[in-house]
Design a protein around this ligand. Structure first.
Ligand code: NAD
Ligand code: TDX
Length: 331
């Protein structure tokens, strides 16, 4: 099978490529990645000899057309992915997430190529802390930020291309991922690398916002079950019952680092900050037989801390600039 992975030099995409090379020797992988600030060639270094990396944008229609024409399957991870950045400058979010997805859809339509679209639970908006409901595939779309609204837009394009043009597409909406190779602008690796540097973790607002954490390996295993067994046209929600508020996550990290439970700072809250996400993944579990392997969050977090300790050369170059950007807005 010839597989095209967009965004394969980013966090989830690079882990997906590693997993695919490890577990699926019959798959020939090509990565299309623009190598933005969030993409890193070295994230693919361990598999560099087994794959082809093409540096380019998913908005480049002739390039996309050629690469899709040479593929049997496209798995589409490429995106601008950080909410805080989307509040400072939404423009690349519209270009990559909306126009880029449109460009890919036109190519898979032309070549009749199977397409899997990676999306987020943030398209559903947020839940109250005490709401017994979780997001399902029939929850109405209600995105809050420029990031989540452009992801919602891209999902709707995929649905329309599947229905109107018969494109063989599936969509997955996953909750918050953690694990190796995640950019240090994101919550967990930001606090891990702060703690390595002896800096106090930074909590937005009161820290009571809840995220439904899943290990990136579990997300990617779910993506493969959807590719193998999913029904074209369907949307699958991916989550591992990992709800935690941000304060709990910071306290667990402080414990892992042997620091005092009060050793953190409250900083300026994110405008429009979603309160809570929670995923009902029963379709994925019942229909496709997927189950998560990383069921102990603390164990997964300890392994992630160990990875950042051992791979300082990977994240150090981005640390000062990332923190300067946060400091400029009081975070
Ligand atoms: P990331 O920011 O770490 O990686 C994104 C990758 O896309 C980078 O390698 C970047 O260079 C590349 N890219 C950006 N613009 C591009 C363009 N125009 N053309 C080609 N490549 C481009 O993001 P991530 O956290 O790995 O997220 C991957 C996907 O998963 C995204 O679609 C995101 O919406 C989705 N998602 C992420 C999470 C999460 O918790 N991180 C949860 C659910 C869904
Ligand atoms: O320093 C911080 N302090 C803090 O309290 C940062 C960076 C974040 N936070 C909070 C904001 C959120 O409540 O932590 C939570 C997680 O923040 P992010 O890592 O920025 O993730 P989130 O905004 O929840 O979005 C993530 O999950 C869904 C990914 O970045 C998205 O790409 C994905 O779609």
């Amino acid at each position: 099978m010839r597989l095209l992975v967009t965004g394969g030099a980013g966090f989830i995409g690079s882990n997906f490529v590693h997993q695919t090379v490890r577990e699926r020797p019959d798959v020939r992988v090509t990565v299309l990645d623009a190598l933005t600030y969030a993409g890193d060639r070295t994230s693919l270094a361990p598999v560099a000899d087994a794959i082809t990396l093409v540096e380019g944008s998913i908005t480049d229609a002739p390039l996309v057309d050629r690469l899709v024409g040479e593929s049997d399957l496209v798995v589409h991870f490429a995106a601008e992915s950080h909410n805080d950045n989307s509040l400072n400058d939404p423009s690349p979010f519209v270009q990559t997430n909306v126009v880029g997805t449109f460009t890919l859809l036109e190519a898979v339509r032309k070549h009749g190529t199977r397409f899997h679209h990676i999306s987020t639970d943030e398209v559903y908006g947020d839940l109250e802390l005490d709401d017994p409901a979780k997001f399902t595939a029939s929850t109405p779309y209600n995105p809050s930020s420029p990031y989540s609204s452009t992801k919602a837009g891209s999902d709707l394009l995929v649905r329309a291309w599947a229905r109107s043009f018969g494109v063989q597409a599936t969509i997955s909406n996953c909750s918050n991922n953690y694990g190796p190779y995640q950019h240090i602008e994101k919550f967990i690796p930001r606090q891990i690398t702060n703690l390595i540097d002896g800096v106090r973790p930074k909590l937005y607002g009161a820290g009571l916002n809840v995220r439904d954490w899943i290990h990136v390996e579990d997300h990617n295993a779910a993506v493969w079950s959807i590719i193998d067994k999913g029904r074209p046209g369907e949307t699958y929600l991916i989550g591992a019952d990992g709800e935690k508020n941000n304060l709990e996550v910071v306290r667990t990290l402080l414990e892992i680092f042997g620091r005092d439970a009060a050793d953190f700072d409250h900083v300026t809250d994110r405008p429009g900050h979603d309160l809570r996400y929670a995923i009902d993944a029963s379709t994925l579990r019942d229909e496709l037989g997927w189950t998560p392997r990383y069921t102990d969050f603390r164990d997964g977090l300890e392994a992630t801390v160990a990875w950042y300790r051992e791979n300082e050369a990977w994240w150090r170059p981005a640390k000062a600039a990332t923190e300067a950007k946060y400091a400029a807005v009081g975070q």
